[in-house]
Write a protein that binds this ligand. Structure first.
Ligand SMILES: *Cc1c(COP(=O)(O)O)cnc(C)c1O
Length: 340
């Protein structure tokens, strides 16, 4: 298979760094922990959607689109990266934001990713939680088309077989980096939501026969449903890549024990993970995705599921812009120095 056969626009700073986390590894006293810095993809504070958008936006351009549309939760990182990609390529962008958390917090609703959506020139409209967002998006697209716009629809999270190619590419890139420094990876962990990241990664890993297990830490759906979503998309991605059946159902592992109260609502272990990464490694996680993924990683280390002598890579999917929509959950972190 050969990724260069698929249309692509270059939006990301690649390769992203693969770094060792010495202080976090020492603190946990278990495996050597490494991080793949996809929070550093560069587009409007970075994140995992940028790799997907390299293939999605190329497809939009190939189809002659002048406008892209997508949808996500209010603090969607995907929406922000799509708005940025559209700005860079001179395309219009309209985003539907779903109120999945019911939060009335002013910063949640207007700061962080929402501020950046608008700064990049995108228009947004809101929908109540639980609506069929794909159907909502198609209805708005029909109206824009009636006005003469050529609209390309990007699914939530950019998760279809085209977007997942971005994470096939990431698997190739990460294994090449590990090979170059003789780093034998025993396990890869990442947050999993709309499934494109995990589906692309597992397809790439299996296509290379890397033999590295991948665990997705769920942020929304229960385990079984998350795994079915990832598996279905991995099969489509493998088909598109010309290696059908390379991914087996058993290759897809998700753990939804770190979701907490629900999508977009952090739990104490989410916040602990965010503080640990910030204070031990100066790396910013987020309260919706990477904080939950890291909470899973930390718990696996503490429980001995990942052991001393092993090497684990945490794929950091980004999301730090959302911190500014969640300042209220960090209110107790404000400390002042008293001396004398
Ligand atoms: C979207 C997102 C994820 C989840 O990736 P999927 O491909 O949707 O599973 C993880 N982390 C961050 C920061 C995200 O924005």
């Amino acid at each position: 298979m050969h990724l260069a056969r698929f249309p692509r626009v270059f939006l990301a700073h690649l390769p992203t760094p693969l770094e060792k986390l010495d202080r976090l590894s020492k603190e946990l006293g278990g495996p050597e922990i490494w991080i793949k810095r996809d929070d550093c993809t560069g587009l409007s504070t970075g994140g995992n959607k940028t790799r997907k958008l390299e293939f999605l936006m190329a497809e939009a351009q190939a189809m002659g689109a002048d406008t892209v549309m997508t949808q996500g939760a209010t603090q969607s990182n995907h929406a922000r990266q799509t708005a940025a990609a559209a700005a860079k390529l001179g395309m219009g962008c309209h985003i539907l934001l779903e109120d999945r958390t019911g939060s009335n917090d002013a910063n949640y609703n207007t700061n962080g990713n929402v501020l950046l959506d608008h700064l990049h020139g995108a228009t947004t409209s809101k929908r109540a939680g639980g609506m069929d967002m794909q159907a909502e998006m198609e209805a708005v697209a029909d109206k824009l088309r009636a006005e003469g716009r050529k609209v390309y629809l990007i699914p939530g999270g950019g998760s279809n077989a085209t977007g997942a190619l971005g994470y096939v590419n990431c698997a190739f890139e990460m294994i090449a980096q590990a090979n170059d420094r003789a780093l034998a990876i025993d396990h890869i962990v990442t947050a999993t939501g709309s499934a494109g990241t995990q589906a692309g990664l597992i397809t790439g890993l299996k296509a290379m026969n890397a033999g590295i297990p991948l665990t997705g830490i769920g942020v929304r759906a229960p385990k079984e449903r998350q795994e079915e979503m990832v598996f279905a998309l991995a099969q489509k991605t493998a088909q598109k890549m010309g290696c059908p059946d390379v991914v087996q159902r058993g290759d897809v592992v998700a753990d939804s024990n770190y979701v907490g109260p629900g999508y977009g609502i952090p739990r104490e272990d989410t916040l602990e993970a965010i503080r640990m990464f910030a204070q031990l490694e100066a790396i910013l996680l987020d309260p919706v995705y990477s904080g939950k993924g890291a909470a899973g990683l930390i718990d696996y280390c503490r429980k001995g599921k990942f052991k001393k002598g092993e090497r684990v890579v945490f794929l950091h999917t980004g999301g730090s812009a959302a911190l500014f929509g969640y300042d209220a959950v960090f209110a107790s972190d404000t400390k002042s120095l008293s001396v004398g």
